[in-house]
Design a protein around this ligand. Structure first.
Ligand code: RIB
Ligand code: CA
Length: 293
């Protein structure tokens, strides 16, 4: 499975990337970065740090520094000023590539047979929307897009019905839903069911594995941003986990669109596969195993 991970690391992005990079069956050929949780220079720097901690040299390509048609709105309150909750990560093994994210996507998709490259989207969909604009024929070579984003029946996390990744760049999300790509969306309806508590943090630490211990520190930092929460949702790790363990998710097809004013998912004309349920115990076990290898 050849994969490009598009990301705005980000505490939960980091856990997802550590899992994907350490998983032998997931060949991550590039990390493409986008402004989201924090600015582009920091998400790009963090992508390099995460690959360094995983011990898997992975090309990092910087993408969009801002949404298509609105101001950026970072989430420093959750991810901290360094985007990784202050958790120690090594320096990147190498500087980011000079080639930007969209050019890298075009090159990778051209170098592989059609429908053999997966795109994991862990942040706002700006880079994918730019790929659709610059090279629509290239985007159609993608085998599948698995994206964390949106809220279907669940309340939002940045508005009554708005979820951060979609609302940060609603124009990009609308373009992606309208592009007739093989998209599987993992909204808050699913990701909020996949939670980590202090017992899970302990279990991660007890593995003694570097990636698991770093993930424990990241979840600890996640806890620090809330008062009294018994558990925290693991949003972005659902993306690589769905790719490896689809049996742990319940999928439906919903007809969707994006409300450009509020950034909320709304009823619309586009049939989109949506994960609405998870086997949370199964996911916790799979994540722990994957981070421990
Ligand atoms: O709403 C959760 C999403 O927004 C996650 O991808 C998190 O990293 C933030 O980007
Ligand atoms: Ca993210």
């Amino acid at each position: 499975m050849t994969i490009i991970i598009d990301t705005d690391p980000g505490i939960d992005d980091a856990i997802a990337i550590l899992y994907a990079l350490r998983h032998p069956a997931q060949d991550v050929v590039a990390l493409t970065t986008v402004a989201g949780n924090i600015g582009l220079s920091v998400t790009t720097f963090n992508a390099g740090r995460i690959a360094a901690l995983a011990g898997v040299p992975t090309p990092v390509h910087a993408g969009a520094a801002a949404p298509l048609d609105k101001e950026a709105s970072p989430e420093l309150g959750i991810h901290g000023n360094d985007g990784l909750g202050g958790v120690h990560f090594p320096e990147p093994l190498s500087p980011p590539a000079s080639q930007d994210a969209v050019a890298a996507m075009i090159e990778i998709l051209a170098a592989h047979p059609p429908k053999t490259v997966d795109l994991f989207c862990l942040g706002p969909l700006t880079n994918l929307a730019l790929l659709l604009k610059r090279a629509p024929e290239s985007a159609q070579r993608i085998r599948r897009v698995i994206a964390m984003g949106g809220a279907v029946d669940e309340p939002g996390n940045v508005g009554p019905k708005a979820e951060f990744n979609i609302a940060h760049d609603p124009h990009a999300a609308a373009a992606v839903l309208a592009a007739n790509l093989p998209v599987t969306l993992i909204p808050l309806d699913a990701t909020r069911q996949f939670r980590a508590d202090v017992g899970y943090i302990t279990a991660l630490r007890e593995t003694g594995a570097e990636c698991a211990k770093a993930s424990a520190d990241l979840i600890d930092a996640y806890f620090a941003t809330t008062d009294g929460a018994e558990s925290r949702p693991l949003h972005d790790p659902c993306v690589p986990l769905l790719a490896r363990h689809p049996e742990l998710f319940t999928l439906e097809t919903r007809l969707l669109d994006v409300d450009l004013a509020t950034g909320a998912l709304v009823d619309g004309p586009h049939p989109i596969k949506v994960a609405m349920g998870v086997d949370a115990d199964g996911l916790r076990a799979a994540l722990l195993k994957g981070l421990s290898c």
